[in-house]
Write a protein that binds this ligand. Structure first.
Ligand SMILES: CC(C)(COP(=O)(O)OP(=O)(O)OC[C@H]1O[C@@H](n2cnc3c(N)ncnc32)[C@H](O)[C@@H]1OP(=O)(O)O)[C@@H](O)C(=O)NCCC(=O)NCCS
Length: 149
């Protein structure tokens, strides 16, 4: 498995993940390319051979990072794909001396909550009814990064 930055050739496969795994059915290839062109956005893909099996999408603003999306295609789940994507983000954040990484997750999404806990994220607060279709509360989870002197 290798982790690579989203490029135009891989955009159609990435778009399928946004649509099929992240319920972003109205996301277009053009909007994906536009999102990817902003310097604060980072979209990385996990590839096995020629197949894209997962993606992570995060933003870095000053010394804070925000995970916008992470997903693994169903048939590749539970084989460490999302963990590899999280590790690649954490390496980049450490290199940039990012102070904290935050995200929001549906309170029912136990697989994602476990993934984030595995990487040291803690539930910080609950946001009421922030998700739609279906309406649901979300946890805000944060990882405070620690650096030696
Ligand atoms: C959440 C998701 C990204 C996990 O991807 P994955 O590639 O299967 O994850 P990994 O194999 O790296 O697993 C890492 C950890 O996640 C947790 N996890 C993954 N799948 C799980 C499941 N079905 N139930 C409970 N915990 C699960 C476990 O803690 C696991 O660690 P372990 O293997 O040491 O037990 C995947 O289920 C997914 O794409 N879901 C749909 C999209 C989504 O909900 N994204 C998050 C939006 S906030």
């Amino acid at each position: 498995m290798k982790i690579c930055k989203l490029n135009d050739d891989l955009a159609p496969q990435a778009l399928k993940i946004y649509r099929n795994c992240l319920n972003q059915s109205n996301f277009s290839e053009n909007s994906l390319k536009l999102t990817n062109s902003y310097p604060h956005n980072n979209i990385y893909l996990a590839q096995i051979g020629q197949s894209v099996c997962g993606l992570i999408d995060y933003s870095i603003l000053s010394d804070q990072a925000f995970v916008n999306n992470i997903a693994t295609i169903a048939q590749y789940r539970n084989s460490g794909v999302a963990s590899k994507l999280m590790e690649s983000m954490l390496t980049k954040c450490k290199n940039l001396k990012i102070k904290s990484i935050s995200l929001e997750v549906r309170i029912s999404n136990q697989a994602a909550i476990n993934l984030y806990k595995k990487f040291g994220f803690s539930k910080i607060s609950k946001r009421k009814r922030i998700y739609s279709d279906p309406v649901e509360d979300g946890w805000v989870m944060t990882l405070e990064m620690k650096y030696g002197q």
